[in-house]
Design a protein around this ligand. Structure first.
Ligand SMILES: *Cc1c(COP(=O)(O)O)cnc(C)c1O
Length: 243
């Protein structure tokens, strides 16, 4: 229902504001990204018409399907899913302004080569697997800094920060550990002062854990179910290899 989306959206904005105030942060520092996998374009439009401006998809196929419908409403599109190298050419057709899920060098190199060819640049976040779960993508924390250093040399890729999916757990402190780890990596990378690397964005926190993420420094929270309702696909469909 349309009304539900608007009510849910307001609830999320309130949660973001409360969490920001609790951690003495300016709520304006935290951007809400609508995680729109499986959500049809007409429902996404409801949120965009209500003033939201940032969405994120997990699959190139879904971006493609919704592209024409959403084009008329001004918004920004990030990619937050696992990107296969054979989809690089395709993804560059749809005005994606940031790939948040860059997690391996071979993908970075191939993306760079294609961007060079098309005379384009792309903002990226490096996705880190802070929970060490095998089911999740992302570079392992101990290899993250090296990956940033290598990607920094590919001048078409503009590194803006880091992204992670926290541990799925009801134990807040275990989830918090993931977010702290990402923040710590951000600080270590900042200290290196690498050319071509900005470390301002920390994309972390979802429907269930956005407060914890904001307390630990999130600048982008990615929210799906709490706004659009339960998805009919299990998340493993999006988060596992071979899907
Ligand atoms: C689906 C998804 C989200 C949003 O998750 P919800 O629990 O529905 O809020 C955030 N980030 C990524 C990478 C996702 O795939």
């Amino acid at each position: 229902m349309e009304e539900d989306i608007l009510i849910n959206l307001q609830e999320i904005l309130d949660r973001i504001e409360k969490a920001a105030i609790k951690s003495e942060r300016d709520p304006g520092e935290i951007r809400l990204l609508l995680a729109t996998k499986t959500v049809p374009a007409n429902r996404i439009k409801v949120a965009l018409t209500a003033g939201q401006t940032l969405i994120g998809e997990n699959k190139v196929q879904e971006i493609k399907e919704k592209y024409q419908d959403l084009k008329a409403i001004l918004h920004t599109n990030h990619f937050i899913g696992h990107l296969q190298t054979n989809k690089i050419k395709d993804i560059l057709k749809y005005d994606i302004s940031c790939i948040q899920s860059l997690d391996r060098l071979d993908l970075a190199v191939k993306l760079h080569q294609r961007l060079l060819f098309e005379k384009k640049t792309m903002e990226v976040l490096i996705q880190v697997n802070t929970s060490n779960e095998e089911s999740k993508f992302g570079v392992s924390p101990d290899k993250a800094i090296a990956l940033v250093q290598e990607v920094a040399q590919l001048e078409t890729l503009k590194i803006k920060g880091l992204m992670t999916i926290g541990l799925f757990s009801a134990e807040t402190e275990k989830v918090r550990h993931c977010f702290r780890l990402l923040k710590h990596l951000q600080e270590q990378i900042k200290a290196l002062q690498l050319p071509n690397v900005e470390m301002k964005e920390l994309s972390m926190g979802m429907s269930g854990d956005l407060e914890t993420a904001i307390e630990e420094g999130a600048t982008i929270v990615r929210v799906g179910t709490a706004i659009f309702g339960q998805r009919s696909y299990p998340d493993s469909y999006y988060w596992n290899e071979n899907s």
